[in-house]
Design a protein around this ligand. Structure first.
Ligand SMILES: NC(=O)c1ccc[n+]([C@@H]2O[C@H](COP(=O)([O-])OP(=O)(O)OC[C@H]3O[C@@H](n4cnc5c(N)ncnc54)[C@H](O)[C@@H]3O)[C@@H](O)[C@H]2O)c1
Length: 271
């Protein structure tokens, strides 16, 4: 059901790779709620062509290629998006993450630091780059809302999440720190949403992901939050109904983060 929560709003959505992507669902929900959207992804990811289908479903949204590690690409993205919208944007979804060491199969105790730099650059520093560029270009409207997606491995140890845990800790810190400065400058809000494990390309890159997902499902009193649930939550955070929420790490995980142990897990252990 649509509530017109984003009527008249304009936003940039990073990271829709295919229809499993969390960003894909967020883009569709934002469009349903009346927003105009610009889609962006790394040029190499766009070559898959899937994003064009999403653009069609989002009222022929422009698709602008940008590698989040390139300052030039990010500046060009904001210039083009503001040209398209005829002014500032109201919301941004940062839904970008990649661990080079994980891809190469390197465990946490045997990291290649060149790869780690790349991982931090793509998965965390990119949020700073996006925010700093927007800040300097005055690209986000008053009470605009920026969300970056994160995972609870930033607070607790999930061994196979490896260097991404450190990247997420940095990402959450950047959201907090920049959130302060951007609120002071222009009342812009910056939050991270800490999502349940979700079956996507990035998610499935984590070793033992299926076990991970089932464990979280059994540990969460409401069960795992889906990508669709996440999209609904993001819509509320982009809307005017949450204007005083900023600098937060918001758990969107069916209660997982505050559950010590669940009946389901105890039952399983007693078998
Ligand atoms: N899937 C999960 O279990 C889960 C849980 C919590 C948080 N998250 C986070 O959600 C976000 C979205 O991931 P997803 O699960 O939808 O997977 P996904 O693989 O669909 O999305 C990751 C996106 O990052 C993009 N990307 C990678 N390198 C880039 C670069 N250099 N420049 C621009 N874009 C680049 C990819 O092209 C892709 O679109 C990530 O930050 C991820 O860590 C995922």
């Amino acid at each position: 059901m649509a509530y017109n929560l984003l009527k008249g709003k304009k936003g940039i959505i990073f990271g829709a790779l295919d229809e499993n992507s969390i960003a894909w669902k967020v883009a569709l929900r934002c469009h349903e709620e009346g927003a105009q959207i610009v889609l962006t992804n790394a040029p190499v990811a766009m070559r898959m062509g899937e994003i064009k289908k999403l653009a069609e479903h989002c009222g022929n949204a422009p698709v602008i290629g940008a590698d989040v590690t390139s300052m030039e690409d990010i500046q060009n993205l904001f210039t083009q998006a503001m040209d398209h919208f005829g002014g500032q944007v109201d919301f941004i979804l940062h839904s970008v993450g990649m661990s080079v060491n994980m891809r190469k199969g390197n465990p946490y105790t045997d990291l290649n630091y060149d790869f780690t730099h790349k991982t931090f650059d793509i998965s965390a520093m990119s949020l700073h780059r996006v925010l700093q560029t927007a800040y300097k270009m005055d690209a986000i409207a008053e009470y605009g809302s920026v969300i970056a997606l994160t995972y609870i491995a930033a607070q607790r140890v999930f061994p196979t999440y490896s260097e991404m845990a450190d990247a997420k800790a940095l990402l959450e810190s950047i959201a907090r720190s920049f959130g302060y400065h951007y609120a002071k400058k222009n009342k812009v809000r910056v939050n991270t949403v800490s999502q349940s494990p979700t079956k996507t390309t990035a998610g499935s890159g984590v070793k033992g992901f299926d076990g991970f997902l089932t464990y979280a499902e059994k540990m969460s009193p409401l069960g795992n939050a889906t990508a669709q649930d996440c999209a609904n939550y993001c819509v509320t955070l982009f809307s005017d109904l949450t204007r005083m929420v900023t600098m937060q790490n918001l758990f969107h995980d069916g209660g997982f983060s505050l559950t010590g142990v669940s009946d389901d897990i105890i039952e399983q252990m007693e078998k």
